[in-house]
Design a protein around this ligand. Structure first.
Ligand code: NAD
Length: 478
């Protein structure tokens, strides 16, 4: 498995034998190696997927496909602690977060295993003497690219949905973290997934990723990652008119009205930015607080953020390191520029004294009274950095909430039923949570963005349908 791609159920080194070291962000030490796959390896993976789609996997009944996926879910749970260890060391996330991710990955396979035989088309009324059927068919061979922040969750959601719909898949996981995903491929093969239904070509985005998204043998691209790379992916796919779904970044607001129950709100708001060290597409990175409760809410938030402890994955504290040196420098750049703009720090967490100095640690930071146009309130920091802003009424909350380029998730905190509905309708995002927050779970809930957060949906039945395409059959029976 080390240093290899997974193609047609076999572990194969890259055609040119190159590998990439995998680094643990907690201490900057090498913990393994993956293949540095290139176009030749991607060709082999796409050919293996095509063979599976036209062969054993493509001919399998939906019931049998579902059974295999359910077994994969159980197999993941059987190996849960091993996967927790791999995921935590590879990404730096605290063990408790990695444990939640393993369970979510298993849930995707359970959910999609159970849904494989519930996908159906429809019949339509038409002219007299005609029968119309709209079939739902798999797209064929699907290409998947995922990021490093939640390797197992991203794998489960995109591969689980696509396999349930009957596609054969080729996955290019992230070069910064994918050891857990490679191990799940082995588990899946042991659960009876036929050769070629799942192929994994680890490697760099500009090499294996570009080769996959621009490949003429792919029928659909599912990309999860940054908005900037999303543009490159669409350009590459356009060469062959390949449709794409893009799950991109966010700058999600937590909108707290004066009637909100702050005891319930503040722990959730703090957790939504510190979870996974803020490296979550749906991180609640803007706290929009009504001016009547701003001081009280900020006192409570500052206390929570100030008490947060950062440490290595195995210390299992509130927050781990960020993924690598580049990401640490990027987050620190935001902190430096905020100081230059004289934006005040309301609270900072602390890095535990026994944390390895070689790791990539950043203190969770709460900024107060951030102007809505400042980059802290506009850009995705992808670190544990929360920008607090204030608003005077519902209209202003909507204007600030929608006043960013992204539109992924929003949280709204109010006891007023009419306002709950008005806000849910007015916010231009893919998911709205009222008096709660959390997109990480919610396997059943359609998820995806608008604007710069992307298009297409994953999760739930809607995600499953996106991995299919309709075919209309019109029969003139006289
Ligand atoms: P990234 O865009 O740099 O990389 C994502 C993946 O794309 C990696 O596997 C990478 O190797 C690959 N890639 C890079 N260049 C490529 C190219 N030219 N062609 C094809 N593939 C290429 O993103 P990242 O830094 O790994 O992840 C963080 C981003 O992902 C954030 O913006 C985050 O919000 C987003 N994200 C979104 C969701 C969602 O569901 N909306 C979920 C998780 C992460």
């Amino acid at each position: 498995m080390q240093g290899c791609a997974f193609i047609a159920d076999q572990w194969r080194p890259a055609a040119d034998g190159q590998t990439i070291d995998m680094i643990c962000p907690s201490d900057n030490k090498v913990i393994g190696a993956i293949a540095r796959s290139g176009p030749v390896d991607v060709d082999a993976a796409v050919a293996a997927a095509r063979e599976a789609f036209e062969g054993v996997w493509g001919r399998m009944t939906a019931v049998d496909r579902g059974r295999i996926l359910s077994r994969i879910g159980a197999g993941i749970l059987d190996h849960a602690e091993e996967l927790v260890g791999l995921e935590a060391a590879d990404t730096g996330k605290p063990l408790k977060q990695a444990r939640a991710d393993v369970l979510a990955c298993a849930r995707y396979f359970e959910f999609y295993g159970g849904s494989a035989d519930k996908l159906h088309g429809e019949t339509l009324p038409f002219l007299n003497g005609y029968q119309v059927m709209v079939l739902r068919e798999p797209r064929g061979v699907t290409g998947h690219i995922i990021p490093w922040n939640y390797p197992l969750q991203m794998f489960g959601r995109t591969i689980g949905g696509s396999l349930a719909a009957g596609n054969a898949t080729v996955l290019k996981p992230a070069e910064d973290a994918c050891l857990s995903v490679l191990r799940v491929a082995e588990i899946a093969a042991g659960c009876g997934l036929p050769a070629g239904a799942l192929n994994i070509v680890p490697g760099l985005g500009v090499e294996a990723g570009a080769a996959l998204t621009g490949h003429g043998g792919i029928d659909y691209v599912s990309f999860t990652g940054s908005a900037a790379v999303g543009i490159l992916v669409q350009q590459a796919a356009a060469k062959h008119h390949t449709p794409c779904a893009l799950e991109l970044g966010g700058k999600s607001p937590q909108i707290i009205f004066a009637d909100a129950d702050l005891d319930a709100v503040l722990p959730v708001v703090a957790n939504a930015i510190v979870q996974n060290a803020g490296q979550t597409c749906s991180a609640g990175s803007r706290a929009l607080i009504h001016r009547d409760i701003y001081d009280k809410a900020m006192t409570g938030l500052a206390e929570r953020i100030g008490n947060l402890k950062v440490g290595s994955h195995d210390m299992d504290l509130d927050c781990g390191p960020v993924i690598n040196r580049t990401q640490k420098q990027r987050v620190e750049g935001f902190l430096t520029r905020a100081a230059e703009s004289r934006i005040r720090v309301a609270a900072e967490g602390s890095i535990d004294a026994s944390t390895p100095v070689e790791g990539f640690y950043v203190k969770p930071t709460l900024f107060e009274a951030v102007p809505a146009a400042h980059e802290l309130a506009q850009e995705e920091v992808f670190g544990p950095v929360l920008a607090a802003l204030t608003f005077k009424n519902e209209a202003e909350a909507i204007a600030i909430g929608n006043g960013v380029a992204y539109g992924l998730v929003a949280g709204v905190w109010t006891e007023n039923g009419g306002r709950q509905l008005r806000m849910a309708k007015a916010l231009r995002v893919g998911q709205v949570f009222i008096n709660g927050y959390g997109a990480g779970g919610g396997i059943e809930l359609p998820f995806g963005g608008v604007k710069k957060s992307g298009h297409g949906r994953e999760k739930g039945f809607e995600g499953l349908r996106d991995f299919t395409i309709s075919k209309t059959v019109v029969i003139n029976h006289g």
